[in-house]
Design a protein around this ligand. Structure first.
Ligand SMILES: Nc1nc2c(ncn2[C@@H]2O[C@H](COP(=O)(O)OP(=O)(O)OP(=O)(O)O)[C@@H](O)[C@H]2O)c(=O)[nH]1
Ligand SMILES: [Mg+2]
Length: 299
């Protein structure tokens, strides 16, 4: 490996409404799955940092929670965290779902962006879902509301438009030494990643308010002599009724969630996993500073 000269390094924040495709884009840019994705809104809760490298540039991609009108302490912390990610970055990319267009959510984010006096680029995402002739008017409308330095048309899912976006983003990184080894793709601790994997399975298997009313924490992580890991996690829910749903009939649901999560953890960590899930009722977990801190959020 030859040492790259004139290294560049910086942070790129990806902001946008819930479900705009921010996590899908981060995974696409990094080239591996580091952030969980679902068709439900408000999937990402804390800032997740992916790392992308090309040529002499290394960039940390900050995948932020979607920005929306907060109700609970958890929601407030998520939105605040998303904006904090934007203000600390060397480049800000606003992702707009082209199918939703310049709706109320997009407008309120753009208004806030204007107030922060940040410099930002715009990407219209999900172009695979809309008629091409709808894109230019939408780009114009958004550029009238905010002077974006550049506008991209992309599909985070198919990869269309991604190489050019990647090149332009990396070009904005200031000169400076890399902060991570060349082959590292994420800056996450494994306990957090393991909890996110279980949370993703909850988003896949359970519906309505349950995903939003639950959270997962890794409570213990024990390395065993045979190379395997024993992980126990708590799934916090707000009510007894929700606990019953997560457990399922005869414990079938939590068993299924555990099997799916364990399989993915074994792939992600490359070792055998023994996973134990415990469902706990904590009425106000979404208001509890300790729970938010465990998620990497602070108010
Ligand atoms: N067709 C299509 N679907 C996409 C595209 N990008 C993302 N999606 C889908 O949109 C949904 C939301 O994607 P996420 O990446 O989880 O969105 P997000 O912006 O991170 O959402 P939050 O974390 O909730 O704020 C998922 O079902 C994705 O598969 C795209 O370019 N085309
Ligand atoms: Mg997300």
């Amino acid at each position: 490996m030859s040492e790259p000269t004139n290294q560049r390094f910086g942070f790129i924040a990806i902001i946008g409404a819930p479900n705009a495709g921010k996590s899908t884009l981060v995974n696409q840019l990094v080239g591996s799955k580091i952030s969980i994705v679902s068709h439900k809104v408000q999937t990402t809760r804390a800032r997740i940092r992916g790392i992308m490298v090309e040529g002499n540039a290394q960039a940390v991609l900050v995948d932020t929670p979607g920005i929306f009108v907060p109700r609970r302490k958890l929601d407030e912390a998520m939105v605040e965290n998303a904006w904090a990610g934007a203000t600390e970055a060397d480049a800000v990319l606003l992702l707009v779902d082209a199918r939703r267009g310049n709706d109320e959510q997009a407008q309120s984010i753009v208004a806030h962006l204007k107030a922060t006096k940040a410099k930002a680029m715009l990407a219209l995402n999900k172009t695979d879902l809309v008629r091409p002739d709808a894109l230019l008017p939408l780009a114009q409308e958004l550029n009238e509301a905010f002077p974006f330095s550049e506008t991209f048309m992309i599909s985070a899912q198919t990869g269309s438009g991604i190489p050019k976006l990647k090149e332009r983003l990396l070009g904005l990184m200031p000169e400076g030494p890399w902060h991570y080894p060349e082959d590292q793709t994420a800056d996450l601790n494994l306990r957090f990643l393991a909890a996110e994997i279980t949370r993703e399975k909850i988003y896949e298997r359970l519906h309505e308010e349950l995903p939003y009313s639950s959270t997962v924490e890794t409570e213990t992580w024990e390395e065993r002599e045979d190379g395997s890991v024993k992980i126990s996690q708590a799934i916090f829910v707000a009510r007894d009724g929700q606990k019953a749903i997560v457990l399922g009939k005869g414990g079938q649901m939590v068993k299924q969630i555990g099997q799916l999560a364990r399989k993915e953890m074994e792939e992600a960590f490359g070792r055998r996993i023994h996973l134990f899930l415990f469902v706990k009722v904590r009425e106000n977990w979404a208001e509890d500073p300790e729970r938010l801190r465990m998620m990497g959020l602070t108010l």
